[in-house]
Design a protein around this ligand. Structure first.
Ligand code: CTP
Length: 410
């Protein structure tokens, strides 16, 4: 068991990755994936040479962030992005690093994004060179590497093997796993939820009345999606079971789309047992049509619909939950928030209810901000109001710092 992190102190580590113009640049794509999987956030800057081998779009898709190429881009450099990026980094990696990059780095030249970041950052530096073996052994290159080592730069030494140019020798970019191991040696343990499975449900369910009409609710899914992303950023393997929402699939999260409460129940039960934590954020429709009209019903002066209660998925989970699993429910309340949430806590046998006041304009359903109450049997803590992404991070940090719930996850 690792030590319990301090509430509020859990933020994913920020890595800056500079990619320069080597045939091995494509391996940096895999590096971004592996680092994200381990719970790191990654911002990428490419040299002009790198653009000959890989595209900014590939890195943007994998990192989920804008990729930096042009130091003189008026759209972003108005806020002097390269300085902001350099300040935010916990580690700056350059992989693959060419002989040209190493020479510029050794002498403090800054004529592109990766070299400028190098001068502008105070973060530790990790360089993984890749080049032809003769170029690697060239005394000028060796001198540059030694200069950088003398300044405290860590190197992930290139490997021996067949080179893309057909020669054999030292110069192949180190394996991605080796680079990741070197990163973790410098930055310490990655996200506290690495190796843990977290299931989040989000959005509304919709319950058809006939082939075109349905009943549903106003849930936008934003809070659940923010929680899924925040858990992923802490290193968890996240499954998101989502009703119909207008939100993009979060990076690195497995999403299962469902429509009705019964479909959501089936998906949740299939995954529930293997999860370390389940957060049931979805606004499940409490009722479905007792009889589903097979086609569109014609208009008539009155229409009475008979509704049947849907099974309560959270209560089912509460009954069968493994002892170590953390089970979290949400409660949407418009009055007596804490008292009603405490009733749900007991009735559904969950560890925690996160209650929102849905009567507050600008908060909760559909809104970008939310305020919640973390409701336990004998204690209530209020978090927010905050934007939902920040609130999601705070909720998870609170759970991890909780004296009973945190140790079950760490
Ligand atoms: N929930 C569920 N299955 C249902 C209804 C609700 O799993 N059929 C879960 C929700 O995902 C949420 C919690 O139960 O985590 C509370 O949902 P909420 O709608 O606030 O409460 P209800 O139990 O439906 O009670 P009420 O509508 O009477 O307040």
């Amino acid at each position: 068991m690792t030590s319990i992190p301090k509430f509020d102190s859990i933020k994913p580590k920020e890595i800056l990755l500079g990619v320069t113009g080597s045939i091995a640049a494509y391996k940096a794509l895999d590096l971004v994936r592996r680092l994200k999987e381990r719970g790191f956030e990654v911002s990428v800057a490419l040299s002009r040479g790198a653009l000959e081998f890989v595209t900014p779009l590939s890195f943007a898709a994998l990192s989920g962030r804008e990729v930096k190429v042009n130091l003189f881009d008026p759209a972003t450099e108005g806020q002097i992005d390269h300085i902001a990026l350099a300040r935010r980094a916990d580690l700056y990696i350059v992989a693959p690093a060419t002989a040209n990059f190493l020479a510029k780095a050794a002498y403090g030249l800054a004529d592109d994004y990766p070299t400028t970041l190098l001068l502008a950052t105070e973060a530790p530096l990790l360089i993984a060179p890749a080049m032809n073996p003769v170029m690697y052994q060239n005394p000028a290159n060796i001198e540059n590497i030694n200069r950088l080592k003398a300044r405290g730069v860590t190197f992930v030494e290139p490997g021996v093997g067949d080179m893309a140019c057909g020669e054999v020798g030292v110069g192949r970019l180190a394996e991605v796993a080796e680079i990741v191991a070197a990163v973790e040696k410098i930055l310490g343990a990655p996200g506290p939820l690495v190796g843990k499975r977290v299931l989040v449900t989000a959005g509304p369910t919709i319950e058809p009345l006939d082939s075109v009409r349905f009943i549903s609710n106003h849930s936008s899914g934003k809070m659940g999606y923010a929680l899924a992303e925040a858990a992923r950023a802490l290193g968890a393997k996240v499954t998101l079971i989502s009703g119909p929402v207008a939100l993009a699939q979060p990076q690195g999260v497995e999403r299962i789309g469902v429509e009705t409460a019964l479909q959501m129940r089936e998906a949740v039960l299939a995954y529930a047992h293997s999860q370390d934590m389940i957060i049931k954020c979805a606004a499940v429709s409490d009722y479905r049509a007792t009889v589903l009209a097979p086609r569109k019903l014609k208009k008539q002066a009155e229409w009475s619909v008979s509704l049947t209660a849907n099974p309560d998925i959270l209560a089912e989970l509460g009954k069968t939950k493994p002892a170590k699993q953390v089970l979290v429910g949400f409660a949407a309340e418009s009055e007596n928030i804490v008292a009603f949430a405490q009733e749900k806590l007991v009735k559904k046998q969950v560890d925690l209810i996160i209650a929102n006041d849905i009567s507050q304009p600008g908060l909760g359903f559909k809104a970008d901000q939310n305020q919640v109450w973390m409701v336990e049997k004998d204690q209530v803590t209020s978090l927010g109001p905050l934007p939902k992404d920040k609130l999601a991070q705070k909720i998870l940090a609170w759970i991890l710092a909780h004296p009973l719930l945190g140790p079950r996850l760490l």
